[in-house]
Design a protein around this ligand. Structure first.
Ligand code: BDR
Ligand code: CA
Length: 334
């Protein structure tokens, strides 16, 4: 049976791939998307999200705007990573009446309440929406089938500060609230997809070439496409060209980490990762480490586990699925 996925995004290039992976997967039912400010502003996130879904032929999926900024801090965005509007070199336009009148917080709470034990909430942006939804509905983690979080780093360096991953960096107070609530009365421990596992999956030009080959498009490289026939493939190429240039500058390889679709893939098939159960808390007052995900691997705190952390994964299998599934979408938009 398909897994009912509710995605919480800050779209974002890899968020766009997460959306595409979800709608391309026969084992997923995307029941809605809540948006949160992070990589870019909330308005941009919402517009990007709707436009990507429309481009993929899924204009029926509800896109609901959530929080426009973190709980306590001013919003920081990252145009150097995702481009000036969040989609790299790609430009997208969403119809103005496409955005839901319901807020992203209501979407999360309503869905969890109306289908108890059915919804897997996959949060691939800052945890602001999830924290606010938890304030509204303290039983949220019990009502969900599972919460999956892309964020944090435990045994590898941060990608924003030495010990801090981006989603945790943007709203550490929200992350602290979510982890404080996790583990108590939930149906399952949240699955955490930190950089330790997501950086094992590197999207390289050869993966995009394979995707294009599988989709039987004419694309052979990441050069701008003139093809009107494959607007989704053009979007992917134009977005990824920017993302790969970013990683070339900052991470030393021409390719890209694809954190967010890996989180969706693991939500659908947990056998893609191996996990360690432990207690996680978030540093919010550090001089150097604010936003650090601290894992109590030796049980020093004597607290119950509140997370299943993926520290290792089958990155090659995930990359192959990413190519095959998105190629299917390019070849046959609904
Ligand atoms: C996370 O940060 C964002 O820039 C990406 O979309 C991803 O969710 C990786 O640290
Ligand atoms: Ca993201």
């Amino acid at each position: 049976m398909a897994t009912s996925i509710l995605l919480d995004v800050d779209t974002g290039i890899d968020d766009a791939l997460a959306l595409l992976y979800a709608v391309a997967s026969a084992d997923a039912r995307l029941v809605g998307v809540s948006c949160v400010a992070g990589n870019v502003s909330l308005d941009e996130v919402t517009a990007n999200t709707a436009a990507v879904l429309d481009l993929a032929g899924h204009s029926d999926v509800e896109v609901a705007p959530g929080c426009a900024g973190p709980i306590e801090r001013p919003l920081v965005t990252t145009p150097e990573t995702h481009g000036p509007t969040g989609t790299g070199y790609a430009t997208l336009a969403a119809p103005p009446d496409r955005i839901s009148a319901r807020s992203g917080i209501d979407l999360i709470v309503d869905r969890a309440r109306s289908e108890p034990g059915e919804i897997t909430l996959v949060a691939v942006g800052p945890l602001t929406n999830v924290a606010v939804a938890l304030r509204r509905e303290p039983r949220l983690l019990h009502l969900l089938k599972r919460l999956v979080i892309m964020g944090g780093c435990f045994t590898v360096a941060g990608n924003t500060a030495p010990r801090t991953e981006w989603n945790m960096h943007v709203d550490p107070e929200a992350a602290k609230e979510v982890f404080a609530a996790a583990g108590r009365g939930a149906r399952s421990l949240p699955l955490v997809m930190p950089l330790d596992v997501t950086e094992q999956a590197r999207l390289l030009p050869r993966h995009v070439a394979r995707l294009a080959e599988l989709a039987e498009t004419s694309m052979e490289s990441l050069q701008p496409l003139v093809s009107e026939a494959h607007p989704l493939m053009s979007f992917i190429a134009d977005a990824l060209r920017f993302y790969m240039e970013f990683h070339h500058r900052y991470d030393g390889f021409y390719g890209a980490f694809v954190h967010d679709p890996f989180a969706v893939a693991a939500a659908l098939d947990p056998s893609l990762v191996s996990t360690v159960e432990t207690t996680v808390d978030i540093e919010t007052g550090g001089e150097l480490t604010t936003g650090e995900t601290v894992g109590d691997f030796r049980g020093a705190w004597g607290r119950e586990p509140n997370a299943a952390i993926a520290l290792d994964g089958r990155a090659d299998l995930f990359m192959e699925r990413l190519s095959v599934r998105i190629a299917g979408l390019v070849a046959r938009p609904e």
